[in-house]
Structure formats: C-alpha cells, structure tokens
Write a protein that binds this ligand. Structure first.
Ligand code: PMP
Length: 408
C-alpha cells in the first residue's frame, strides 16, 4: 500500500524556491501529484522514494542503470580507480586497452574518442562530420540531447536556440526514404551528415537503414547512428549488429557506464581523424572513474551474456503484457525491442486516451511499479522473473482502474 507522496511534494515546494522548476530534469512528476519525485535509495532493480515507497524500477535512470543499481563489481572498479587518482592533466595510458576492447565490439569502430554525456557525443559526431565534409547543414531524427543544433525544430522545444542554428538542422520522417531524398534535393551539396536513432519504438522497415546509407553516400554526407539507447541493448550490442548496417560514425552512452557518465564517438579512421582539426576537448573528458566503470561493464556483458538475458526477460514482459491488454476494450499496442518495451495507449479520442493513461500510471505507481507514460522502459540485468510477474499483476489491476476512469 502506498504511503502517498507527501514528502516528495514538500521537498518540491522547497526546491522551487532555489531551483527553477524544482528538479534538474525537464519533467517533475509523470502524473502530476500522483508520482514520486525524490529518491532515497536504490539497489538492484528497485528504488525507494522519500516517502518510503518501494518500486520495481523500469526507468533505470533513463536507461543508464544497465546492470542494476549499486552493482558491486562496477562500483568496486570505480573505488579502485579512486584510490590511485582519476582526473589528472595527463591522459591515462590504460584508456588504450579499453578503447581497443570497444573497437573490437562495435562494427563501425576503427577509432574512438571518449566523452561524458550523450549530448557531448552526438554534438562531437556532428562536429566531426562538419569538419570532414566542410558542410554546415545536418539532417536528424529522434532525440539527440539538449544542445542548440539538436533542439532545432524539435517539437517546439527550441526556446533560446538562434534562428541561424535552426536553419541548419533539418528533420526527416522516420521510415520514409522519400523525405530524406527530398531534403538532400532541396539542399544540394550542403548536408554534412544525417544523424538518426536507428530505431525507437517503431522498427526500421526492410531496407530503410540500408537506404539511408546509400543516400548519404551518394550525397557525400556521413551517416551517424545515435546508439545512445540502442547501444548494448539491441541484439548483438548495437543496432548496427542487429540490422546489419554499418554507419560511418556511431555514438554510444547510457548503458555503458551503469550510471557513471561516459560516452563515445566511434567510426572509420578516415572520419575520426577529423577530430584533430577541431577542438573537441573538455576538462572532465579524461576522467577515468567512468572509464573504469565502463570497462568493467563491457567485461560483464561479454562474460555473463547480459544482452541475451535482457532479451529473455523483456520477451517475458512483452508476451505477458500483450495477453493482458488484448482483453481490454482500450486500444493498446506493445512496442519496442524486448530490452526496451513500451505500452502505447492508442484510443482515437485523444482526451479519453489521456484520461485512461493518467489513471493507469497513477495506479501503477501507487502499487509499487515505476514506469513512464510516454517513454519506453528499460530492462536491467538485476530484474528478475518475479519483478516481471509482479509488474504484470499491477498493470492488470491498473487496466481495470483505467477502464473505470473512462466509463463515466
Ligand atoms: N541521444 C539519445 C538517443 C538519447 O536518448 C539521449 C538521452 N535521452 C541523448 C542522445 C542525450 O544524452 P544525454 O541526456 O546524456 O545528454
């Protein structure tokens, strides 16, 4: 039984006086007033909020908690690095070994550069493409972070982005090669790169990713896969393996550090060497704490069959969820790859759809399951069959609550 969110809401009111919006993220609570906001403790696949409610955590820090909260082997590797120092002016020679391990793991990788956040790395990849091609415009699809170029023309989130920057970022329609061809035709010789998530919850149509590669090659633009989410969660560890299409550059981030901030840009030597002509440098890029964490994560991925396990549990999750929602009068679809599932509410009446959705997620949270209404979820290596089965019970009940909420 939920203790409610009194303490979360109290802290939020205090926070609003000193932190704009009260939190350091874009959104506060997924269902206003009916979701936890502040966390007290996290371990494995569970989190506890400040009102002492326990949750099965399917958001996993937006996907960066990959093996589980406080995963001992990873934290021990970090502690060991702490004992010898970690942010020096000098580079750490041990990064060579780790870089080579990543190069061996990712198809498009012949060289790489380390960064910290996803936004760092997508921005660096675009910079590399601009240096290499000496062109300014880019085409994108999906979320690539908060920097000016990537928020240009992005669902109205471009307050503060200069018009001159917006004019350089063009957006194509996913799974629609014609929309890509049109942009290249309208901007002849001007496109440096096409950066795209290889998929989100909709899978690429047959030949779509190959088509992107061909169009980019024909137009002298680099193809960049933003694998910030698909990295280490797609089959074989990347969309490039799962779909057999090798981009020119790739960006990886979330899963690789199990919560420690680290990202990489990888790619063919010829393109990556463009880095040396620009300035892609920052104080903390050399910090080795995150490298120690990520190196241990990669070792565990290869040793323990992590990706296969995420798919196995995710398949159990999606199969059971489909059975539950198939019997409901509400229209749903269960989407995403098994390691990143989502339940999509698809009623035609938008108002009713939103009402059903909010009632559903408020009830799910009140019963100890943490999900996001509008963003796919993440399976981590500490989740268990029991976590999945309990989540299904809670969702089945919440479905009844949602059906009731729209009956009236
Ligand atoms: N690319 C993708 C596909 C992402 O999902 C995100 C983060 N949600 C980013 C880039 C940006 O990463 P960060 O939030 O670490 O800057």
């Amino acid at each position: 039984m939920s203790n409610g969110y009194k303490e979360s809401n109290r802290i939020l009111e205090e926070a609003k006086k000193i932190i704009p919006g009260g939190v350091t993220k874009a959104r506060v609570a997924h269902v206003p007033g009916k979701y936890p906001i502040y966390m007290k403790y996290a371990k494995g696949s569970h989190v506890w909020d400040v009102d002492d409610n326990e949750y099965i955590d399917w958001m996993c820090g937006y996907g960066c908690i990959y093996l589980g909260h406080q995963y001992k082997e990873v934290d021990d590797a970090v502690k060991k690095q702490m004992e010898v120092g970690f942010t020096s002016f000098l580079s750490n020679p041990y990064q060579n070994e780790f870089a080579q391990e990543l190069i061996d793991y990712i198809p498009c990788a012949q060289m790489l550069r380390f960064f910290k956040t996803g936004s760092d790395a997508t921005t660096a990849a675009v910079r590399i493409a601009r240096i290499y091609t000496a062109k300014d415009k880019i085409i994108r699809w999906g979320y690539h972070g908060w920097h000016d170029w990537s928020l240009s023309n992005f669902y109205g989130f471009d307050a503060g982005v200069p018009q001159a920057t917006r004019d350089l970022t063009l957006a194509y329609e996913y799974n629609d090669l014609e929309s890509v061809k049109k942009l290249f035709a309208e901007n002849p010789g001007e496109i440096a790169c096409l950066i795209t998530m290889p998929f989100e919850t909709e899978m690429p149509k047959e030949g779509f990713l190959e088509g992107l590669k061909k169009i980019c090659a024909e137009n002298g633009a680099l193809l960049i896969f933003d694998e910030v989410r698909s990295g280490f969660r797609a089959k074989g560890g990347s969309a490039q393996v799962q779909f057999g299409v090798t981009p020119d550059l790739g960006v990886f981030n979330k899963a690789m550090g199990n919560g420690y901030p680290i990202s990489i840009v990888v790619g063919k030597r010829e393109y990556m060497q463009a880095v040396e002509k620009g300035l892609l440098s920052a104080t903390f890029f050399v910090s080795t704490l995150e490298m120690a964490a990520a190196r241990k994560v990669l070792e565990i991925i290869k040793r323990d069959g992590v990706i296969e396990r995420l798919w196995e549990l995710g398949t159990r999750f999606q199969t059971q969820l489909k059975q539950i929602v198939d019997q409901s009068p509400i229209d749903f679809s269960v989407v995403g790859i098994p390691s990143m599932p989502l339940l999509k509410f698809e009623m035609k009446d938008e108002e009713l759809n939103e009402k059903a959705k909010m009632a559903f997620y408020a009830d799910v949270a009140a019963n100890g399951v943490y999900l996001h209404p509008n963003h796919h979820w993440f399976v981590n290596f500490s989740h268990t069959e029991e976590d999945v089965d309990r989540t299904m019970q809670v969702m089945a009940n919440a479905l009844k609550v949602a059906e009731k909420a729209i009956e009236a």
